[in-house]
Write a protein that binds this ligand. Structure first.
Ligand SMILES: Cc1cc2nc3c(=O)[nH]c(=O)nc-3n(C[C@H](O)[C@H](O)[C@H](O)COP(=O)(O)OP(=O)(O)OC[C@H]3O[C@@H](n4cnc5c(N)ncnc54)[C@H](O)[C@@H]3O)c2cc1C
Length: 542
């Protein structure tokens, strides 16, 4: 917990103009949210600002794997793979509702890599993370004869041998929101749709101007330390908002995914090797769909304006058609998304080879050192994976604490469940069974989705409902007014898009008319107009 010096000028005891926080975090992606949670739990007063919605950029555009990154072994990234494999175990424990195991079929293609190389890579993958005071809980990899195994059925006949291994699947944007919720529960302030316009050092603190996209005056706050977790914007924040020069830079690499109607039976995913040595994942998605990705395309334009190109769509279709019986064409694509990886620029020639590890850079004025507290440190984050966010947050705080004596205490996030993740001994299945028993009127898919999205918090949505009608207006695919109200009240949702594409992926299932009706409902709840069934306006999350 913070020492007295940290609470003398606590954020809520001074006027809005001069509020002083220990930490101002710029960026509400996974790294910003993870640092906010960790720091708040160590007693720091934290303000996180996100210019758009939480997870509205890279952290909702990932392949959604909690993985060591099998292919990074080829680039000798042993540190990263080991840390990521250890994190995979931890995250499966602290967020078992939104993260679950997924098995991957790796068909052997002798044109790309010899079988011995795959076997060696998988051996390392099975063992690199295994010293974490216990065994890995996911099954070890194994060889498979694809003609004799149901997992081989969708694959073309020339693929006879392969391997099966396991990794984790994550609802990426929900991981961000749950970290932000837990940070708030521990005292952090989370402000979405709030941009850091500029900041400068004023003595031993930062003075920062914040603009609210909903209107209102620019607000000034002060902070003892600044964390630049702006992902693909990290360079721009340094240069344009802070005027700080740095020798480290971000390398932006676009990655895109396509979604097509479900291509195969079974819960297994596939990892395909392409002739260019890249790999492409093919993953069962949202029950009715298959997710295919990703690409590596150098990117130099605005990271906020990124979308898939026709060439990328063709590339992903070709990858699938090389391996699967059932061909796909660009016309099968029902949805696509693209994101920009904010990689640390290690001067690699090829975009696929740029390190996926992270680098934390601390900037302090001349004459300030870790031995002299204060000095308004600035920590910038380059690179990182969703998988390693928790450890990255710990490293970030280790870097900052010498300058911030107010932030005390050791790392604590390894074992503390994220909101709704306290599933208990029976795990997910037991929670789902209880939910079905308490709310037998829920359609099967809705019960599953509520348990998966909210874990033990699902009861905060169903409350005392005894029939579907008690949950209020329906917007399609099992989304009801009660759930929408919960998302507005607890999870910073403010638009239909926030709900359909980030708090859930119901956008894939809900029709256009229902989405428009949802938008009207959300607007009415936010602006105070009586809701369609006369409800009072809702208190938004803050
Ligand atoms: C195609 C693709 C696939 C991937 N697949 C995986 C995977 O399967 N597994 C995995 O572990 N990782 C994966 N990753 C990597 C992972 O998604 C990223 O490393 C991670 O999401 C980066 O998070 P971040 O918080 O640094 O950035 P972001 O999520 O982009 O967050 C930064 C935020 O800062 C905000 N911001 C910027 N400037 C300002 C400002 N001035 N004021 C306020 N806010 C500001 C932005 O709006 C943004 O929301 C993938 C990435 C991509 C692109």
């Amino acid at each position: 917990m913070g020492s007295d010096t940290g609470t003398i000028i606590a954020a809520d005891t001074v006027s809005a103009d001069t509020a002083l926080y220990d930490l101002l975090i710029v960026g509400g992606g996974i790294n910003g949210a993870g640092i906010a949670r960790d720091a708040a739990g160590r007693g720091a007063s934290v303000l996180l600002v996100e210019q758009h919605d939480l997870a509205s950029h890279t952290s909702s555009a990932s392949t959604k794997l909690i993985h060591g990154g099998l292919r990074y072994l080829e680039y000798y990234e042993f540190r990263l793979v080991r840390e990521a494999l250890m994190e995979r175990e931890r995250l499966l424990r602290i967020a078992p509702h939104i993260i679950w195991p997924l098995s991957f079929v790796l068909p052997h293609s002798r044109l790309v890599r010899p079988a011995w190389m795959l076997r060696l890579g998988l051996f390392l993958y099975d063992h690199l993370g295994g010293h974490l005071g216990g065994r890995m809980t996911l099954p070890r990899s194994r060889a498979v004869r694809l003609h004799d195994d149901p997992a081989g059925l969708p694959l073309r006949d020339e693929y006879r041998r392969g391997f099966i291994y396991s990794d984790g699947w994550v609802q990426d944007s929900r991981l961000v929101v749950l970290n932000a919720m837990d940070a708030r529960a521990r005292g952090a302030e989370i402000r979405t749709r709030t941009t850091l316009v500029r900041a400068r050092r004023a003595g031993t603190v930062w003075e920062a101007e914040l603009a609210d996209a909903r209107g209102g005056p620019v607000r000034t706050v002060r902070a003892r330390a600044l964390v630049n977790a702006a992902g693909p914007w990290v360079d721009r924040v340094l240069r344009d908002r802070l005027g700080v020069a740095t020798t480290k830079h971000v390398r932006m690499v676009k990655g895109s995914h396509i979604v097509v109607p479900r291509q195969f039976d079974g819960e297994q995913a596939y990892i395909l090797q392409n002739p260019d040595r890249r790999i492409v994942f093919v993953i069962p998605y949202e029950q009715d769909f298959t997710l295919i990705g990703t690409t590596d395309v150098p990117w130099t334009s605005d990271p906020g304006q990124v979308e898939i190109s026709p060439e990328e769509i063709r590339y992903l279709c070709d990858s699938v058609n090389r391996y699967f019986h059932k061909p796909i064409a660009p016309s099968d694509v029902v949805w696509s998304y693209a994101g920009v990886r904010p990689l640390y620029d290690d001067a690699a020639q090829n975009a696929s080879a740029v390190t996926r590890d992270y680098v934390l850079d601390v900037d302090v004025p001349d004459g300030v050192s870790g031995a002299t507290p204060g000095g308004a440190p600035l920590l910038s984050i380059f690179g990182g994976k969703i998988t390693t966010y928790r450890r990255l947050a710990e490293h970030a705080l280790e870097k900052l604490t010498p300058y911030l004596p107010v932030v005390t205490g050791a790392g604590w996030t390894a074992d503390q469940p994220l909101p709704g993740g306290d599933l208990g001994p029976g795990g997910f299945d037991a929670v789902l069974e209880r939910l079905r028993a308490d709310a037998p009127f829920l359609p099967e898919r809705t019960a599953w989705r509520l348990a998966r999205n909210y874990g033990t918090r699902a009861w905060a949505i169903i409350g005392d409902a005894r029939q579907m009608a008690d949950l209020g207006e329906e917007f399609g695919a099992g989304l009801t007014a009660r759930e929408v109200d919960y998302l507005l009240r607890e999870e910073w949702a403010e638009t239909a898009d926030d709900i359909l594409w980030r708090r859930s992926r119901l956008g894939l299932h809900v029709g256009r008319d229902d989405a428009a009706r949802l938008e009207r409902y959300v607007n009415a709840r936010r602006t105070g107009a009586p809701g369609p069934s006369g409800q009072a306006p809702i208190a938004m999350a803050s």
